[in-house]
Unconditional design. Structure first.
Length: 112
């Protein structure tokens, strides 16, 4: 199960997640160039320096989180960003938000 509300995501820990990432720059839909790099990165809180999960978003703009990406993470709310780095190296944060991992209601949780 997952739910998206604005830039905030709620995801059942250990589930698959796929969504299209829309990129708009100056009110125009952006199509990634061949040399662009797009990345999803997540950490415990905004102030942390270390990222606990990083995923490349392909040029199809489909973000995919696999079950093994979250199945060992504690249930809590995390901070994430999506960044675009074009060939010129000028990295830009496209958007950020919170990702909350929740338990599977069918499976008892020790750390809920």
């Amino acid at each position: 199960m997952f739910e998206i509300n604005g830039n905030n995501i709620t995801l059942t820990r250990g589930n698959s997640f796929k969504c299209q990432v829309g990129i708009t720059i100056d009110d125009t839909a952006y199509t990634p160039a061949q040399d662009d790099a797009i990345e999803f990165a997540m950490k415990n809180v905004y102030q942390d320096e270390d990222w606990i999960l990083r995923k490349t978003i392909p040029h199809t703009l489909e973000l995919t989180l696999d079950p093994e990406d979250t199945e060992e993470l504690p249930l809590r709310t995390y901070f994430y960003i999506v960044q675009l780095t074009p060939a010129n190296g000028e990295r830009a944060t496209l958007f950020d938000g919170n990702l909350t991992l929740i338990p599977d209601s069918a499976v008892p949780e020790d750390d809920a």
